[in-house]
Design a protein around this ligand. Structure first.
Ligand code: CP3
Length: 348
């Protein structure tokens, strides 16, 4: 039995004594122990070797005190599973040297190989669960099909993903075939994660906000809906669609358990759009963690209060920045853990 199930109780919509806290990219480059492993092993070794994935996943639980762990991996493992070459280039980010551009490129992708290609995730998740020994829940994840398409067509990170959007504008039918293949592989992968023991999943639509509302409904939402439908009866699903404030109502109608918010979306706006029952996750600007501890505490408190007295998971509005001081990350987490909702008496 889980010793700390605050995160899962919040996802079920229960009233809790305080908000749970974890943050995106919590196992990463701001942690000195992560940097030591990074010197010795390549990114995909760290993802694939169970003892490395486990050591990295539990670091923020032990060193920062978060209420949930997130599996150390990357959304781009789906592109690999489909047959693409994916490299992590130091200082530059992901590189896919042979991006998808033609009908033949899409046809060559093999969602039927997902189980074999991602088989390493099962022993990795088992090792993480052992290392966690029921201290906190484990979050699994995958990217949204739209965000995967962005990288698979563009071939690298980009400010506007204009090649990916051009591909969709010129070949909408082919884009949908590609999105279908990514969706199929992602559902297989999420189900593998659930069977191996993850307690919840988050779908990262990091580039959803690059789409117009109309295009969001065409190229992103239907696929997020398929993933959510396939998983929500097994574990709670969190949808994080960065910049897609215009789609909040649609996202809340998917049946997901919680919606992640970035810092440009005010809590009051999100509550107005979705109503009082929706559980939100977020949304401190990660740059605030670059300030002194006192500022971090004040801004974190302000952010927690903006969500009211329930139905909130404390998180950043996007991934933690690599130059974040460890003490600021701790101050963020400790501020959430010291917060009391005030209706604790009613819970007993
Ligand atoms: O949150 C966690 O701690 C779990 C691990 C995790 C990573 N990537 C590890 C990683 C998760 C959940 C991701 C998701 C991911 N990957 C997203 C969605 C979330 C988001 O940030 O928008 C995206 C868009 C990617 C693609 C990706 N992977 C990029 C753009 C980069 C390079 C930029 C960067 O932050 O370094 C990566 C590499 C990556 N994924 C690193 C880590 C810790 C850094 C590489 C390294 O340490 O060697």
């Amino acid at each position: 039995m889980l010793k700390n199930d605050l995160f899962l109780r919040t996802l079920r919509g229960e009233l809790t004594e305080r908000p749970p806290v974890w943050f995106m990219r919590q196992a990463g480059r701001y942690l000195p122990d992560y940097m030591k492993l990074k010197e010795k092993y390549s990114f995909f070794d760290r993802v694939r070797q169970p003892e490395l994935a486990a050591a990295i996943t539990v670091m923020p639980v032990e060193q920062i005190g978060v209420d949930a762990a997130i599996l150390f991996s990357d959304i781009l493992v789906i592109a690999q599973a489909l047959g693409m070459d994916v490299q992590m280039v130091e200082g530059k980010g992901p590189l896919l040297p042979n991006p998808i551009r033609t009908h033949a490129d899409v046809m060559a992708l093999r969602p039927q190989d997902t189980q074999t290609e991602l088989a390493y995730a099962i022993p990795a998740i088992h090792a993480v669960k052992d290392a966690l020994s029921e201290r906190v829940p484990l979050i699994g994840f995958c990217g949204s099909p739209w965000t995967l398409l962005c990288y698979m067509v563009e071939g690298k990170g980009s400010k506007d993903f204009s090649i990916a959007k051009q591909f969709c504008a010129q070949n909408p039918e082919l884009a949908h075939q590609l999105l279908d293949k990514i969706t199929e592989a992602s559902i297989t992968y999420l189900k593998m994660q659930v069977i191996a023991g993850v307690n919840a999943v988050q779908l990262f639509d990091s580039w959803g906000g690059l789409l117009s509302p109309d295009w969001y409904r065409r190229f992103s939402l239907p696929y997020l809906q398929k993933l959510t439908n396939a998983i929500r009866e097994e574990v709670p699903v969190i949808l994080f669609a960065k910049g897609a404030w215009f789609a909040l109502k649609d996202l809340s109608n998917t049946g997901a358990s919680a919606l992640g918010l970035d810092w440009i979306t005010p809590a009051a706006f999100a509550r107005d759009v979705c109503g009082p029952e929706t559980v939100f996750q977020g949304n401190l600007d990660p740059s605030i963690l670059l300030a002194d501890v006192k500022t971090v505490q004040e801004e974190t408190l302000k952010m927690i209060r903006s969500f009211g007295h329930a139905k909130h998971i404390v998180n950043l509005g996007h991934g933690v920045l690599p130059q974040t001081p460890v003490d600021s990350a701790k101050a963020f987490v400790e501020t959430a853990k010291a917060f009391e909702y005030g209706h604790t008496a009613n819970l007993k």
